[in-house]
Write a protein that binds this ligand. Structure first.
Ligand code: 3PG
Ligand code: MG
Length: 395
């Protein structure tokens, strides 16, 4: 898709409204993961470098259209100022007099942050009046929030239609990486899809089958596929009522030439807790009173061979119950293999989704992937093949 970037728009002396994603984890009033904040720094610096005045707007939490003091964006100010290495002015409201005052007070080199856009119902309703209120503050719009681009809101979609618009550096980077992974990838391509439920990933699986050469299914959803093929999975998490759907997916994949890879062995336990006694069994030999909580070592070896044969990999969802040891072993080992192939220049690896990034961070290999998306829901919708309104509005 063709869109303008910061390089294509004149910003000298102009107020540039920048939609960023500052929906970061906060505990006890402190930001605990600054990844999303750190990632917008190049955009803000490049706008400043072009003589523009960046005015940042973002949502925080889900206040549902009214001011909620605990969801004030003021909480991210210290982390934002630290990341940018300069003070940031704060406007108590994202539209109207407080916003206008803050913008009017800006000199060259200043940065301002507007209060949570979701304090107004017009944000999520994509109300034209709300979009106009935002647009009235500046002369240029930059969207750097790929991770919020699945929302057609006033600050992500409506305002883009009212001002000359461009993609920020992070938005550019995300779109480039995702295009390299699924749009025009080097083949063969393998997708790794894990997580608990098939039912939440039907669209995603349907889209991937038509696009990738290999599809690895892991996590709880693999149990559903095993069950659908007549394999007893004991007390494992499985959506038994999805068996017919799972068989349909397998059939479609076969017909379309997409090879599906399911676990061949499993780590089973009687209890779901850290350090629970566990054993490795053939996937056809899960005891009736046990649960499959991870893929086994033979599966990891088989996946390694698939990864070695591929040029591109896209990953969403862990292979097992990665939150608790020892059921993180397959996810860790598979992630380490991807990291090794990526470092050797043999594969392009892209991963996204909240759980996935947490798992890769836990495995200590996130930094070795080609690209880790900052997006959760937006990454999923993009993997489903959906058009993201915030991206479309830039076109
Ligand atoms: C996210 O954290 O995934 C994005 O900021 C979007 O937030 P939302 O799911 O509340 O729209
Ligand atoms: Mg979300």
């Amino acid at each position: 898709m063709a869109f303008k970037t910061i390089d294509d728009v004149d910003m000298a002396g102009k107020v540039v409204l920048v939609r960023v994603d500052l929906n970061v984890p906060v505990e006890g009033g402190v930001v605990t993961d600054t990844t999303r904040i750190d990632k917008i720094v190049p955009t803000v610096k490049d706008i400043l470098g072009k003589g523009g005045k960046p005015v940042l707007m973002a949502h925080f939490g889900r206040p549902k259209g009214k001011p909620v003091p605990e969801m004030s964006l003021r909480v991210v100010l210290p982390a934002l100022e630290a990341a940018l290495g300069r003070p940031v002015a704060f406007a108590e409201d994202c539209i109207g007099a407080p916003a206008k005052r803050a913008v009017a007070a800006m000199a060259a080199g200043d940065v301002a942050l507007l209060e949570n856009t979701r304090f107004h119902a017009g944000e999520e309703e994509n109300d034209p009046a709300m979009a106009a209120g935002l647009a009235a503050l500046g002369q240029v719009y930059v969207n750097d929030a790929f991770s919020a681009a699945h929302r057609a809101h006033a600050s992500t979609e409506g305002v883009a239609k009212l001002l000359p618009s461009a993609a920020g550096r992070l938005m550019e980077e995300e779109l480039k990486a995702l295009n390299a992974a699924l749009g025009h990838p080097e083949r063969p391509v393998v997708a790794v899809v894990g997580g608990a439920k098939v039912s939440t990933k039907l669209d995603l699986l349907g889209n991937l089958i038509g696009k990738v050469n290999h599809l690895v299914i892991g996590g709880g959803m693999a149990n559903t596929f095993l069950f659908a093929q007549g394999i007893e999975v004991g007390k494992s998490l499985a959506e038994r009522d999805m068996a017919e759907t799972a068989r349909g997916i397998l059939e479609k994949a076969r017909a379309g030439g997409c090879e599906i890879h399911l676990p061949v062995d499993a780590v089973v336990a009687r209890e779901f807790r850290a350090g629970a006694a566990s054993e490795v069994v053939d996937v056809r030999a899960c005891p009736v009173d046990a649960m499959i909580l991870d893929a086994g070592p033979a599966t990891v070896v088989a996946l390694g061979a698939v990864f070695e044969a591929c040029r591109t990999l896209i990953w969403n969802g862990p292979l097992g119950a990665f939150e608790i040891a020892p059921f993180d072993a397959a996810t860790n080992a598979a992630a380490a293999k991807v990291a090794e192939l990526t470092k050797a220049g043999r594969i392009i690896s892209v991963a996204g989704g909240g759980d996935t990034v947490a798992a890769l961070n836990k495995a200590g290999v996130a930094g070795d992937f080609t690209f880790i998306s900052t997006a959760g829901g937006a990454f999923l919708e993009w993997m489903e093949g959906k058009v993201l309104p915030g991206v479309a509005a830039l076109g």
